[in-house]
Write a protein that binds this ligand. Structure first.
Ligand code: HEM
Length: 212
């Protein structure tokens, strides 16, 4: 196995630790005084962390020029979706036990639930189109569709912000992380555009000099 494959497998295994711990603690009865709250907290924060880590892959790849890093992006994105599913299922099964009428009322009445649902809905098409076949079939549209991950990250942070009642330190940190990532994206595209303009200008100048 190559070094990168081992690295990839270790990231995969580490990302599954929170889920494995939840299963283990369910059997040992160590989920604390409020198990539903604990499961919601663990799955929600892991989903958000993995979503933001997924967004760091492209900047990291650009800064380090290590193209193989791109192979981590799909895996991390799918792991984020996996935890988002567990988080959503906790609400569906443990909070409401499939009571559709109450769940609909909850989505309508509580803005933070609306925002969580919106985040989840945004992640579904991304996970559904993450296969190599879909990437090929959708072509350029795949990239456009997958920009939705930025919107999902913003709605996830808003969801977290609205969950909190008094201590906003954590959501503030996530919002700051997103600002840094978006800032990098804007800076990078400005750099690329400037380099392209410079190249075009040099090409024209060389052509004119040759003709003249
Ligand atoms: C169907 C969609 C969702 C529902 C119904 C939902 C519901 C909830 C609920 C009930 C809580 C706990 C609120 C409380 O403690 O009073 C919560 C917390 C949270 N959710 Fe969601 N959520 C959804 C989607 C998401 C998604 C997709 C993410 C991340 C990608 C996310 C991240 C979080 C985070 C970080 C917390 C705070 C955890 C804590 O500190 O306790 N949620 N959510």
């Amino acid at each position: 196995m190559t070094g990168f494959r081992i690295f990839r497998w270790s990231i995969f295994a580490s990302a599954l630790v929170p889920a494995a711990a939840l299963v283990y603690w369910t059997f040992t009865g160590d989920l604390g005084a409020n198990p539903i709250e604990f499961i919601t907290h663990t799955t929600g924060t892991t989903a958000l962390s993995l979503l933001v880590i997924t967004l760091t892959i492209t900047p990291l790849r650009r800064v380090t020029a290590r193209n193989e890093l791109i192979r981590l992006r799909r895996m991390l994105g799918l792991l984020a979706f996996f935890y988002a599913c567990l988080h959503m299922l906790t609400w569906v099964v443990l909070d409401w036990f499939f009571d559709v009428a109450s769940m609909t009322a909850d989505v309508v009445k509580r803005p933070f639930i609306t925002m969580g649902m919106m985040t989840f809905v945004l992640l579904v098409p991304l996970a559904a189109t993450s296969t190599a076949g879909m990437i090929r079939r959708l072509g350029r549209r795949w990239q456009q569709l997958h920009r939705l991950i930025y919107v999902a990250a913003v709605t996830a942070v808003i969801h977290f912000w609205w969950v909190e009642k008094a201590d906003f330190r954590q959501p503030r940190l996530w919002a700051l992380a997103l600002c840094v990532l978006f800032g990098f994206r804007v800076w990078w595209s400005l750099q690329t555009r400037a380099a392209r303009t410079r190249d075009a200008f040099t090409f024209l100048k060389d052509g004119m000099l040759r003709r003249g």
